[in-house]
Write a protein that binds this ligand. Structure first.
Ligand SMILES: Nc1nc2c(ncn2[C@@H]2O[C@H](COP(=O)(O)OP(=O)(O)OP(=O)(O)O)[C@@H](O)[C@H]2O)c(=O)[nH]1
Ligand SMILES: [K+]
Ligand SMILES: [Mg+2]
Length: 430
């Protein structure tokens, strides 16, 4: 019999309410032992929860039971909503742990069971993991789409087209000796081409999807004392970086995480760009150049009197060049007075929002890799079909390979090795 597992599903520590989840064949028995009778399935009921071994009362809780086949895990499941006290939760967990056939869940084990029961596929599990980690609206929306099966539905449709192509090819191979000269090649080519184009479309939006998921990096660069750290602090609304009138104050890259219009953005403050005799500062400048070059966008901060960026970091059309310290005379913005700061935020947000709009549903390197391999297999099949008198056996092998790759994307085959890694990153209780 499968183990019955339990865990705190809500966050650790003091809270208004804590949720303890019990899933598996013995979950209802365990819950009945704790609270007498269970409410009707899917109907909340208030119960007194007591330790069956000692009779000691643990708490008064809202109890919810789910029947096998209609819970998150697909198993019989009970949720206790207790008062969110550390002592209540630990005595409830202790009481559960002392029961025969019931044990603490491993990280991600509830989700793993949901997947085994066919309630979620692997791509959806990845969406769920991202949803739990989501900090901004864009991350939440993206994760929800994937968790609700957006990528899975696409994959299913590609798979159906490929299977249709395969059926056409195989019928031709089977009837090769007979007198039915039907040329299936045009239909097969049409099916494969449409799949290839859709795969290419998803792949084209993978970079943007990755940015939405992990956040855009925006680096502030410029000469020493231009006011970069002051600008970072103004944008962050707190004193994240040291500022001073000493040129060469910043050496390390300072990172501040922000939410700009629902997008996750990491703002980088970097060392002022100049040739320095100071070894440590020179290392800082090299680091600044490296991080700025790798960032998605740069804000080049000009100091008063400076007309244009002076090398050191390549500035392209994705970047913003702004004049600071406007309070001293002319300029676009001032970190001292706040002038022009909202306009800068609006401009950065609109540029990044524009870039995020092409995002596809490919949220993981694993998924992208599968699409790249699937697309290569479809290309190989199409290539083989271009030769007149194409070897249909070879074509069918390529198409079959593409199907297998798509199956691995949703976890239908061949994914034991990635499962451990994916579920291990969930917390206990999920
Ligand atoms: N008047 C005025 N002074 C500013 C403004 N922004 C920064 N400063 C001053 O300019 C000097 C340098 O500011 P920082 O923010 O340390 O400049 P930085 O570009 O980070 O300097 P490094 O880290 O040394 O490269 C400090 O004395 C700041 O107070 C501004 O908008 N107006
Ligand atoms: K400075
Ligand atoms: Mg600085």
């Amino acid at each position: 019999m499968t183990d019955t597992i339990f865990a705190l599903a809500s966050a650790q520590g003091r809270a208004g309410v804590a949720v303890v989840r019990v899933s598996g064949p013995l979950s209802w028995n365990a819950a009945e032992a704790l609270c007498g009778s269970l409410p009707e399935p899917r109907r909340a009921g208030v119960r007194t929860v007591a330790n069956p071994a000692t009779g000691a009362m643990i708490d008064e809780a809202l109890v919810l039971a789910f029947e096998k086949g209609s819970s998150f895990t697909g198993e019989a499941l009970v949720e206790f909503q207790t008062h969110g006290s550390v002592a209540v939760v630990s005595s409830l967990l202790d009481a559960l742990g002392s029961m025969e056939g019931v044990r603490m869940a491993e990280p991600g084990e509830f989700t793993r069971r949901a997947m085994d029961a066919g309630r979620l596929d692997l791509a959806q599990v990845e969406g769920l993991a991202d949803l739990i980690d989501a900090e901004t609206d864009a991350q939440r929306n993206q994760a929800l789409l994937v968790m609700r099966g957006g990528l899975s539905a696409q994959t299913e449709s590609w798979r159906n087209h490929l299977l249709h192509a395969l059926a056409l090819i195989e019928a031709t191979i089977d009837f090769a000796d007979e007198d039915v000269p039907v040329d299936v090649v045009p239909d097969v080519v049409a099916e494969l081409t449409s799949v290839r184009n859709e795969l290419a479309g998803q792949l084209a939006g993978a970079d943007a999807a990755e940015r939405v998921r992990s956040g855009f990096e925006v680096a502030i660069v410029g000469r020493p004392n231009a006011g970069k750290s002051s600008l970072l602090n103004r944008l962050a609304g707190r004193k994240a970086a040291i500022t001073s009138d000493v040129a060469g104050t910043t050496r390390d890259v300072i990172e501040v995480r922000m939410d700009l219009g629902g997008l996750a953005v990491t703002l980088l403050d970097t060392a002022g760009l100049r040739d320095s005799e100071d070894q440590i500062e020179a290392i800082g400048v090299a680091l600044a150049q490296e991080r700025a070059a790798a960032a998605d966008m740069r804000i080049y901060l000009l100091e008063p009197g400076q007309d244009a960026p002076d090398g050191g970091v390549a500035v392209d059309e994705a970047d913003l060049v702004v004049r600071g310290k406007s309070d001293l005379g002319s300029g676009d913005l001032s970190s001292l007075t706040g002038e022009g700061i909202d306009a800068l935020i609006a401009e950065v947000t609109s540029r990044l929002t524009f870039r995020s709009q092409g995002a596809s549903l490919v949220i993981r390197a694993r998924q992208r890799d599968a699409l790249v391999r699937g697309s290569a297999a479809v290309d190989a099949a199409l290539g083989a079909l271009e030769i007149s008198g194409a070897d249909l056996e070879l074509v069918s092998e390529d198409v079959r390979a593409a199907v297998t790759v798509l199956d691995s994307l949703v976890g239908r085959v061949d994914v034991e090795d990635v499962l451990g890694e994916i579920f291990g990153r969930f917390c206990i209780g999920k």
